[in-house]
Design a protein around this ligand. Sequence first.
Ligand code: SAH
Ligand code: SF4
Ligand code: F3S
Length: 435
Amino acid sequence: MTPKTFKIKSFGCQMNVYDGDRMAELLSQQGLTVTEDTEAADLVVLNTCHIREKAADKAYSDVGRLRREDGSRPLVALAGCVAQAEGAEAKRRSPMIDIVVGPQAYHRLPEMVAQVARGARPVDTDMPAISKFDALPPRRQATPSSFLTIQEGCDKFCTYCVVPYTRGAEISRPWQDIVAEAHELVDGGARELVLLGQNVNAWAYDGRDFADLIRELARIDDLHRIRYTTSHPADMNEALIAAHAEVDKLMPYLHLPVQSGSNRILKAMNRSHTVESYLATLEKMRAVRPGIALSGDFIVGFPGETEQDFEDTLRLVDAVGYASAYSFKYSPRPGTPAATMEDQIPREIMDDRLQRLQARIIEQQLAFNRTKVGRDTQILIERQGRHGMQMIGRSPWLQSVHVETSAVPGDIIDVAIVGAGQNSLTGAELRRVAA
Ligand code: SAH
Ligand code: SF4
Ligand code: F3S
């Protein structure tokens, strides 16, 4: 059967979501129609993530649940990082999977769908030298805040992480391709671009670096805001710090994962930065952009982590004062060096450490949000809120702001911040800035 409708479910990081959007555009270009209703879709693409435990098991059970009450099922494509890691094994484990397509090969999805119609069950986990980006259609539609992948893959090989295996080697997209895609997105209605890469600040092309790229994109008139994620501490250079001082459109927010506050653990993680070098970078950033919102990622319970190591992490959190942060229990990933290290930490200890760390982070987040109360700020309206005239926008510091307004997604308005919770702010509209 040739599918007419499709549904894509994305489970991973922002780059995985970006890939989901690009697959949707590609299928639409081929004449398929997107549907929100998984039950009614002729083709379902599960765009999976492999970063933490049970990712593969979860993907297979998600596949199983696509079987419908009458015994029928849609055409099923397993995409994303689990597809890359499992490859042809996926077809053996689940007879319901028709297509296995990795994150660097999804431009071939339409061709693979056609192969299924001819009775095949194609697997494509190649990482072709010719970029998938060249084969994808131009961007036509954009959301007020739109993702733009500029860099793929990772060469860092942190000892706990699957990304270098699922995404391949670090590659920077060409300058002119990124600038062209940025223009397409802004013409399609984007007011903010979030530049994406597993190590986005390592982007370099033809003698130009990431700061040069930011300055170039800032010249696009109708683009109001630029953000980027995720950065590696070892790739934070002076030029990028200077860009934060000089480029107004570059938002005062930095997500800089540190993972641990213990140099011993950082070394075992192969992180190539120390607690001291990390703090020095943040200090420089705060010197050029006072009030910048700082965010990070943490792993608790890495093999060999002692109570002392963990307390060093808490100390680092206290020293930084995060505006937000993500923390995870260490999850052994098959094939990574850390998975076979001695001294794996028992679950109860991990649970306890995670709870203590998160309590500290929540306190800091609330404290940061409260500093905004009584101040005026600009927000980009992104979507409808829960009721009536309520809209949800983002502050420059990436906080969600709830506001009653007749403004629509894509508008930028001035608001007075009148309330703050742990996860969001409440604003009162002052005036319209840009529509
Ligand atoms: N490239 C980014 C993000 C990588 S994945 C970076 O280097 O920071 C996002 C986050 O998932 C990581 O920052 C890390 O905190 C977490 N993570 C990655 N592998 C993990 C694992 N095996 N167990 C638990 N958390 C993990
Ligand atoms: Fe994973 Fe480390 Fe690469 Fe980040 S830098 S993607 S944590 S290997
Ligand atoms: Fe997950 Fe792959 Fe992103 S493993 S975090 S979807 S790069």
